[in-house]
Design a protein around this ligand. Structure first.
Ligand code: MN
Ligand code: MN
Length: 300
């Protein structure tokens, strides 16, 4: 397996593994997790969504929906992305974030592809699903930025969400390309310089679905650990929006350390159909990234 494919697959499987690992403790406090699970390090299932062990939630499902749209004949077509989100919502998913639901419903009612700017759009729901765009635009930084933001704006339109989307996408892109963590750290530091509310060192300790808390948690544990398992165990045991912080940390750690770094017991527990679609999408999306004739300009 080539290095790029290994890291791309590591990122996508890492995203799903982090989602499935964290979802059973979503909305719990660190103390509640300790009382119930000790240190959570297995795919236990359960939680408020009553999940099967290894079952993923909206973070992975919306990523897969976005990937399906990019791989459809329409390609980089925002309308196809919005339709894919709508099809997913119609499938009656176990979990949907409020801002995502409202954004998809607005698209269905008004056919508009951009949410109006709103104060409560600073959730992490747009950032959690960026990976398919990253893989499909792997060799084109500007295309990655433009399309990551365009897909985000279907549901989320807020400067803090935008800043996190841009930064996380570029971090993932560079990690998949093989750049070292120390270089990628500079991107996070640059974000903090531009918007000091994102400062994650010292770690403020909040892990909610507010994108600032989410990014701080992911960055703190990703840069503060040296392997996939330590990073993910640290993140999900903070509770809060544990499936989404888990998904984003899994994306970065999987990209940094590759597939083989994901513990076998977690990979084996992962929903079989999800794992299969991820493998197929990775090859398709990396194929798109190599097609120089494709226009990345988001169609409106
Ligand atoms: Mn979720
Ligand atoms: Mn979540």
């Amino acid at each position: 397996m080539s290095g790029v494919r290994d890291r791309a697959l590591g990122a996508y499987l890492g995203l799903a593994v982090g989602d499935a690992l964290g979802a059973p403790v979503e909305f719990m406090t660190p103390m509640e997790i300790r009382e119930r699970h000790g240190l959570l390090r297995e795919m236990v299932g359960g939680g408020w969504l009553r999940l099967r062990p290894g079952q993923v939630t909206d973070d992975t499902e919306m990523s897969l929906a976005l990937g399906r749209a990019l791989l459809s004949p329409g390609g980089f077509d925002l309308r196809a992305v919005a339709e894919a989100f709508a099809a997913w919502l119609r499938s009656r998913p176990a979990d949907v974030g409020n801002t995502c639901r409202q954004g998809i419903q607005r698209f269905l009612a008004e056919r508009t592809l951009q949410a109006p700017a709103r104060e409560w759009h600073a959730g992490n729901g747009a950032a959690m699903r960026i990976l398919p765009v990253v893989l499909a635009t792997l060799h084109d930084q500007e295309a990655c930025r433009t399309f990551s933001l365009a897909q985000a704006h279907i549901t989320h339109n807020h400067p803090l969400s935008d800043a996190a989307v841009e930064t996380l996408a570029e971090m993932a892109r560079r990690l998949v390309l093989g750049e070292p963590r120390a270089v990628v750290r500079l991107l996070a530091d640059e974000l903090v310089r531009r918007m000091p509310e994102f400062r994650f060192d010292p770690y403020p300790g909040r892990a909610t679905g507010y994108i600032v808390d989410t990014l701080q948690t992911v960055a703190h544990f990703f840069f503060g650990s040296e392997d996939f398992e330590t990073c993910l165990v640290g993140v999900v045991n903070r509770g809060g929006d544990a499936d989404t912080t888990g998904a984003l940390a899994g994306m970065l750690a999987g990209a940094a350390y590759g597939c083989a770094a994901i513990p076998e017991r977690w990979r084996k527990a992962l929903d079989r159909n999800v794992a299969r679609e991820i493998e197929a999408q990775v090859d398709g999306l990396l194929g798109l990234s190599l097609n120089p004739l494709r226009s990345y300009a988001p169609q409106r």
